[in-house]
Design a protein. Structure first.
Lengths: 135, 135, 135, 135
């Protein structure tokens, strides 16, 4: 069962077309990823440079299938997939709650563990690697 | 020659990892697209519902190759590509100005013209279609 | 008892200084206001022009007292105050949950009901006026 | 003569009410402040912790006078004011270019130099103090 994150669309997510701004959809996915990490006992701050490593996103893809309006309720599923000892992917599905429930967007991000001081790839921290495998 | 948009990285573009937040890279691409439309004499507001059509993004892809820090100067190229009478794509390259100049990210968006009242695809407005072909 | 909204600080809220970007604090307050309206049975979309009125923010003030980091948990209280038949204010307090709990920021916004077509102020919708008085 | 920053309203600045989201107005002011610092030869990154000091915003006020729509052109003036050896304020005026030119918003921010390691206020760096006095 993938991790699930619930979220209401807020005015700040939208633009003058009246619906969620496309890039903000990816921010909502990243929020869900952060919540999934926290639920897995992994401290996001440890992936932002504090331990000599960072795990930035190297690639994103998203399909925007339905417009999302202020006040609509979303459910985001988060499914990690191993790629290598240095990297993993996350698949996201954003469902618009209804009834009926409908797929609003899907996305996929790739994350690469890097040691900035050495300018080279690094092995994923053990806890993060375990979380990815358990996904 | 593609349209080129220049932009400085601002604090609001970045996150606690010290570099541009991944989804914000796509916002910067969209800014460049808006500037390209304006340079082509096309009013963005006419694509946001005012004329009974909207031209939302249906898909995005991005590769994030180098971190971007506050104050760094960027040059974004915007290259439209026709897909169908209802749709087109835009290719973006974000160069970090140097010296040396380096490719920081590339992205591609797909845009589909839709008539929301009819819930169906619509032909691109003539001026927009011409702009895409000229790209 | 004021309405209370809980929120976790997300990476997208922060900037390269490692903490929440100042203006984003006001976005978090506005999210809390939107949640308070929804809890009071008021549809935000009805305040965005659909009924011939808008209720934009005419003024904001905020005091930023403590830095907020990714993953920190916040509790935002929302207290409306009547100003006139056309306007109201909202006071916000953002507490950082601990232990110990600490005041991280306080803010105040003023909202004015306007009829854009007439370019003049309009009376608050009855349900919104009642929500403000009940605050 | 205050420093002046020009900016076009972008879709990402707006929300479903069709105009610039209130908190984003403050982000636009901060962009102007960053441009003013750069024009004064001051590196923003030096104020984000690299030198053992940070200069966060402790207070903001803003009056939102006119709605701003996608594609509109803005001119932001930036006027620093000394407050103490540790702090300063900035006044901003956002003019909507026309014709006619109209005041769209005004804002004021307060900035306090702090040494996070000592958890106490610190003197402004000399170059920043000189920039404030010259304002």
């Amino acid at each position: 069962m993938p991790f699930v994150y619930e979220r209401t669309v807020r005015l700040a997510d939208t633009d003058a077309a009246g619906v969620v701004y496309f890039a903000r959809t990816l921010s909502i996915c990243h929020e869900a990823y952060e919540a999934a990490l926290a639920a897995g006992g992994i401290d996001l701050n440890g992936l932002l440079g504090a331990n000599g490593i960072v795990v930035p996103i190297s690639r994103s893809e998203a399909d925007y299938k339905r417009p999302l309006r202020p006040g609509e309720k979303l459910r985001v599923s988060v499914t990690p997939e191993p790629l290598s000892e240095n990297s993993f992917a996350i698949r996201f599905e954003i469902m618009k709650l209804g009834p009926p429930v409908k797929l609003a967007a899907s996305a996929r991000t790739e994350h690469v563990c890097t040691a900035p001081a050495k300018r080279e790839r690094a092995a994923l921290p053990a806890a993060l690697a375990a979380w990815v495998r358990a996904g």
